[in-house]
Design a protein around this ligand. Structure first.
Ligand code: SAJ
Length: 448
C-alpha cells in the first residue's frame, strides 16, 4: 500500500467542492463536505430533486439525511441543474451518478460518460480542476470513458484538469456506515493529486483514507468488495438448497460453523437485490471477458443468487399443494418488497421475480411494504394496511423490515384462509409462531 510520507495541505483555494448527482450517495456527500466547512455546488439533472433539496427536503427517501439538509438560503450551499454554472466555481468535482446494468446484464456507463462530458466542457482552461469519479465501475472504465472525451475537447491533463477515482462505500439505511464513517481509497496516476485528495476526503470521514496508486487499483477494490459478498451469499443460498434435502436445517449448520474463529457468516434468503451486490459482479465479469479470462466462480455465484426467487416459488407451490389449495385459487401475501430491511428501495428486489413466478402459476399475489409507496410489479395487489390483509393461504417474509418481523402475527393468523408462514430471511421465531397456530416453513429448513 502506498503510504505517503507527507500529505500536502490543501491550498486555501481548494475550498469549493462540486457534486454531480444528488442521489443516495451524492446528497449525503454534499451535506458532509458542507458540514466540514467547504463551499458546495450540488448538481442534479432532476428539477424535482433540485427543487426539493433547495427547500431543505430529502428527495432520496433515505431517512438518514432527513434532518441535515441545509436550510433554504444556507451560506456556501448552491444547488442547481446546471453543471456549466457549478463547475467553474469548483476546485474539485465529484461525480456520483448511477452505474446500472442493461437488460442483458452489461455495464451501462452512459451516465458516467454524459456527466463527465458536462463537467469537462465547463472546466476553465488552465484551472487544473480535479475530477473524481465515485460511481462503481470496473477497472479501466474511468480512463476508457473519460480520456477520449478529454482529448476530443482539447483539454490537457495536468494543466486543465486531473482525473481520479474514489469509490463510494455508502450503505443505505445504515447510519453507522454513512459517508462520514467509512474508509476510502483513492486511485490517481498523479501521486501529488492523490495526496491532495487524501487530505480532502479526510475532512469528510473519520475513518482511514489512503492513496492506493493508479486508478485501476481503486476501481478494482470497490468491485471485488461486492463480488466477494455476492459469492459468500451464493454459498449459503446453495447450502440452503442442499441441506433440507439431507433433512438438516442450514441455519443449524451455519450456527455450528460460525463457532470457528474465521468463519464469516451470511444468511440465505429469497434472493439478492439492490443496486450494488447483484450488479457489480457483472462489471468484473465484463472486464474479465474483455481480456479473455473466464470469471467462472463470479458467474456461477450470480446464477445461484438469481435462481433463489424461482426456487422459493417452487417450494411455495409444493406447500400450497400440500395444503390442498390449487394454484388458480391460491392467494399469497408478500411481507416486504424492498431489496433490504429498513430501506425503501425496490431496485433489483427478489420480490419482483418471486411475485412474477407465482403469478405465472396462476397464484394471486398481494404485497405489503411500509417503506414503499410504489415500485411493485404489475398485477400485484398492494396492501397499505396489514391489519386489513385477509383470506391468504401463505405469507412469505421477503424483507426483514422491523415492521414485518414485529407485526401482529396473532391477528394475521386469524385472518388467513390457511395460516402458513414461509420465512424467506430466517429472522422469525418459528417456534413462537407455531404456538400461535401458524404452520411454519423457512428457506433452508426441511419442509416436513
Ligand atoms: N443478503 C442476503 N444474505 C446476506 C446479506 C445480504 O441474502 O447475508 C441480501 C440482502 O437481503 C439484499 C442483498 O443481499 O437483498 C444486498 O444486501 P447488502 O446487505 O449487501 O446491502 P447493499 O446492497 O445495500 O450493499 C451495501 C454495499 N455497500 C456499498 O456498495 C458501498 C455493500 O458493499 C455493503 O457490504 C453492504 O451495503 C452492507 O454491508 O450492508
Amino acid at each position: 500500500m502506498h503510504q505517503l510520507e507527507k500529505v500536502l495541505l490543501l491550498p486555501d483555494t481548494m475550498q469549493t467542492v462540486g457534486i454531480i448527482g444528488l442521489g443516495y450517495v451524492g446528497l449525503p456527500t454534499a451535506i458532509g463536505f458542507h458540514d466540514a466547512g467547504f463551499t458546495v455546488w450540488g448538481v442534479d439533472i432532476s428539477q424535482r430533486t433540485v427543487d426539493m433539496v433547495k427547500r431543505g427536503e430529502n428527495p432520496t427517501g433515505d431517512p438518514d439525511v432527513d434532518d441535515i439538509i441545509p436550510a433554504p438560503g444556507a451560506e456556501n450551499w448552491h444547488i442547481t441543474t446546471s453543471t456549466a454554472e457549478a463547475v467553474p466555481h469548483c476546485d474539485v468535482v465529484l461525480v456520483t451518478v448511477p452505474t446500472p446494468v442493461t437488460d442483458d446484464l452489461k455495464p451501462d456507463l452512459t451516465y458516467v460518460a454524459s456527466a463527465g462530458r458536462a463537467v469537462f466542457e465547463s472546466i476553465p482552461k488552465g484551472s487544473n480542476t480535479i475530477v473524481v469519479l465515485e460511481s462503481t465501475v470496473y477497472p479501466g472504465v474511468t480512463a476508457q470513458t473519460w480520456l477520449p472525451i478529454i482529448d476530443e475537447l482539447g483539454l490537457e491533463i495536468g494543466k486543465d484538469l486531473e482525473i481520479a477515482y474514489c469509490p463510494e462505500r455508502f450503505n443505505p439505511g445504515d447510519p453507522a456506515h454513512g459517508v462520514r464513517q467509512v474508509a476510502r481509497v483513492i486511485g490517481c496516476s498523479n501521486q501529488e493529486v492523490g495526496a491532495k485528495l487524501v487530505d480532502l476526503y479526510s475532512k469528510l470521514t473519520t475513518e482511514d483514507v489512503r492513496y492506493v496508486g493508479k486508478l485501476e487499483v481503486a476501481e478494482a477494490a470497490k468491485v471485488i468488495e461486492n463480488v466477494q459478498r455476492d459469492i459468500n451469499i451464493a454459498l449459503v443460498n446453495e447450502l440452503a438448497r442442499i441441506f433440507p434435502a439431507l433433512d438438516v436445517d442450514v441455519e443449524d449448520v451455519l450456527s455450528a460453523a460460525a463457532t470457528k474463529w474465521n468463519f464469516h457468516r451470511y444468511t440465505p434468503g429469497v434472493g439478492v437485490g439492490g443496486h450494488c451486490i447483484p450488479v457489480d459482479p457483472y462489471y468484473m465479469i465484463q472486464r474479465a471477458a474483455d481480456v479473455g479470462v473466464p470469471a467462472e466462480l463470479i458467474t456461477a455465484a450470480r446464477a445461484v443468487n438469481r435462481s433463489m426467487p424461482n426456487h422459493v416459488s417452487g417450494v411455495i407451490s409444493d406447500l400450497l399443494w400440500k395444503a390442498g389449495v390449487s394454484s388458480d385459487d391460491a392467494r399469497v401475501l408478500l411481507l416486504g418488497w424492498s431489496y433490504k430491511a429498513e430501506v425503501g428501495d425496490p431496485r433489483e428486489t427478489p420480490a419482483e421475480p418471486l411475485a412474477e413466478a407465482l403469478m405465472e402459476k396462476g397464484i394471486k399475489v398481494s404485497a405489503w411494504d411500509p417503506h414503499l409507496d410504489g415500485g411493485f410489479s404489475e398485477g400485484v395487489e398492494v396492501i397499505t394496511d396489514i391489519d386489513q390483509a385477509s383470506g391468504h393461504d401463505i405469507a412469505i417474509l421477503v424483507t426483514a423490515h422491523k415492521a414485518c418481523v414485529d407485526l401482529d402475527w396473532n391477528g394475521l393468523c386469524e385472518r388467513m384462509r390457511n395460516s402458513v408462514i414461509y420465512d424467506g430471511r430466517r429472522v422469525l421465531d418459528l417456534e413462537a409462531l407455531k404456538l400461535q397456530g401458524w404452520t411454519t416453513h423457512a428457506v433452508g429448513r426441511p419442509s416436513n
